[in-house]
Design a binder for this molecule. Structure first.
Ligand code: ACM
Ligand code: ZN
Length: 408
C-alpha cells in the first residue's frame, strides 16, 4: 500500500485504482548470516519490514556457522552454552592469512542465540508480512561451532574452538559416525516444527574433505556404501539427510556444491559460485534459485571509494545487481521453468551492526526486488533510477542507513 505514496506523512486521497501486476518469480529472496555476527530480534523484524515493502517474500535465515550457532536446540544445551559464543574476532580482512604480519584479534567475546519462542515470534511476524522464513542448518561443513560443543561429532574428536577468524575450516562433521546423523536428526526434529514453510536449507557448501580422507570412520563408510570417493561421501551425507527431511514432509535446498558426487533426488539448488550449478541442476530437472556472487552478493563492495567500509573487494554496484538476468540464455524453455527464483546474500563477516547491514543491503536490495518481480521486458535501468530517487523519502523517514552516496 505504501508503494502508492512517496511519504508515510502524506495525506492524500487516492482515486479508484486497479492494479494489474504479478511477480515474475515465486521465490524473491534475501538472506542474512547471523552466524558471523549476531543480530537482535528487533533488527531481524526490521529487516523483514523492509523486505515486505519491496515484495521480497523469502527470508533465508543462515542460523549456524563456524563462528556461532544461533538457534536454541533443547536436547543439546552445549549449543547454547558453548557453540553460541566465540572468545574474540579477527580484525580486518580474512586475507591477512596471506600477509606477513600476524593476525590481530579484538579480545571481545561475541555471540548470542535465538530461543525457540523468539524464532516462532519472527516466523509469525514474517507470515503477517507474507514472508516465508527458510532456516539454514549447515552441514557437513561450516560446523566448527557445533563441534566445539560436541567434539565427538568430528573426525578427530577435537578439541575444537568456535572459530574466531573467517574462511573455510578443515574440521567438519564426520560422515562415518552414526552419532553425527543422530545429532543432526535430533536437531532437525526441533527445527522443522518451528518453520511452517516447505524448505529446510542444509548448506552443503565449502566442505573440505581432508579429514574425511584420513578418518577411519569416513573411509569405512566409503567402503561399506561402495562410494567412489569423498565427493560421493558428501552426496551420501546430503542424501541421507534429504531422506530424513522428506519423510517429515519437507524439502531440502543446498548450495551448488551438492551437485558434486551426485544430486540428492529431490533437492533444490542454490547457485552461488556462478550460474553453472544452476544451469546443470535445471538441466537435471531440479528447481533452482539463482544467487550468483558476481551479481548478488551484498557483502561485496558497492563502490571503489577508499572511504567505503571493509568489504569483499569485488565490485557489485547497483547497476550490476539491476542487470542480473536470472534465466540463463542457454537453458531451453522446458529447463528454464526450473529457475524458481532469485536471491541476494548478506554474509556478515565485516558487518558488526544492523546499521552496517542496512548500508550494504540498501539500495541494492531494491534493484534485486525489481529483478525478482518485474517482467524481463519491463526492466529499464533509467526508469528504475527515477523510482529509486523517489524511494529515498521513505527510506529517510524509516531511518534506514542506506548507502546515500551511490545516488550521486
Ligand atoms: C557461500 O557463499 N559459501 C554459499
Ligand atoms: Zn570422519
Amino acid at each position: 500500500m505504501f508503494q502508492l505514496f512517496t511519504s508515510t506523512n502524506e495525506t492524500v486521497q487516492l482515486p479508484f485504482v486497479q492494479i494489474i501486476d504479478q511477480p515474475r518469480f515465486a521465490w524473491r529472496g534475501l538472506h542474512l548470516d547471523v552466524g558471523r555476527h549476531f543480530f537482535s530480534i528487533e533488527f531481524v523484524k526490521r529487516y523483514i519490514d523492509l523486505m515486505s515493502h519491496y515484495k521480497l517474500n523469502t527470508f533465508h535465515w543462515h542460523l549456524t556457522e563456524d563462528q556461532g550457532w544461533r538457534i536454541e536446540i533443547k536436547k543439546y544445551p552445549k549449543l547454547q552454552e558453548i557453540a553460541a559464543f566465540r572468545k574474540e574476532t579477527v580484525i580486518g580482512h580474512a586475507s591477512t592469512r596471506t600477509r606477513k604480519e600476524p593476525r590481530r584479534f579484538d579480545g571481545t567475546r561475541h555471540g548470542g542465540f535465538y530461543t525457540q519462542d523468539e524464532i516462532k515470534d519472527v516466523v509469525a511476524y514474517a507470515a503477517q508480512h507474507h514472508i516465508t522464513v527458510v532456516p539454514e542448518i549447515e552441514l557437513p561443513g561450516h560446523a566448527l561451532a557445533a563441534l566445539a560443543a560436541y567434539p565427538e561429532l568430528g573426525c578427530t574428536g577435537g578439541p575444537y574452538e568456535v572459530a574466531t577468524t573467517w574462511g573455510i575450516f578443515d574440521d567438519v562433521f564426520c560422515a562415518g559416525k552414526e552419532s553425527t546423523f543422530n545429532f543432526l536428526q535430533d536437531v532437525l526434529d526441533e527445527v522443522m516444527p518451528l518453520f511452517p514453510g516447505q524448505y529446510i536449507h542444509i548448506g552443503g557448501d565449502e566442505c573440505f574433505k581432508s579429514n574425511w580422507k584420513k578418518c577411519p570412520y569416513c573411509q569405512k563408510r566409503i567402503k561399506t556404501e561402495k562410494l567412489k570417493d569423498e565427493n560421493e561421501l558428501q552426496s551420501y551425507f546430503i542424501q541421507r539427510i534429504e531422506k530424513y527431511i522428506n519423510a517429515k514432509g519437507k524439502r531440502i535446498i543446498g548450495w551448488d556444491e551438492i551437485l558434486e558426487g551426485g544430486l540428492a533426488p529431490n533437492a533444490t539448488v542454490m547457485s552461488w559460485r556462478g550460474e553453472e550449478g544452476g544451469i546443470a541442476a535445471a538441466q537435471q530437472n531440479h528447481d533452482v534459485i539463482m544467487t550468483p556472487s558476481k551479481w548478488l552478493y551484498l557483502d561485496y563492495r558497492q563502490d571503489t571509494a577508499k572511504s567505503e567500509p571493509l568489504a569483499v573487494k569485488v565490485l557489485v554496484d547497483v547497476p550490476t545487481v539491476y542487470s542480473y538476468e536470472p534465466v540463463p540464455a542457454q537453458l531451453k524453455e522446458e529447463e528454464a521453468k526450473y529457475i524458481i527464483g532469485v536471491q541476494a546474500n548478506v554474509w556478515t563477516e565485516y558487518m558488526k551492526t544492523g546499521d552496517h547491514v542496512e548500508y550494504m543491503v540498501y539500495p541494492r536490495a531494491i534493484a534485486l526486488a525489481e529483478v525478482a518481480w518485474s517482467a524481463k521486458e519491463k526492466r529499464n535501468y533509467n526508469d528504475f533510477v527515477k523510482r529509486l530517487q523517489a524511494n529515498r523519502i521513505l527510506l529517510d523517514e524509516w531511518k534506514v542507513n542506506y548507502a546515500k552516496h551511490v545516488f550521486k
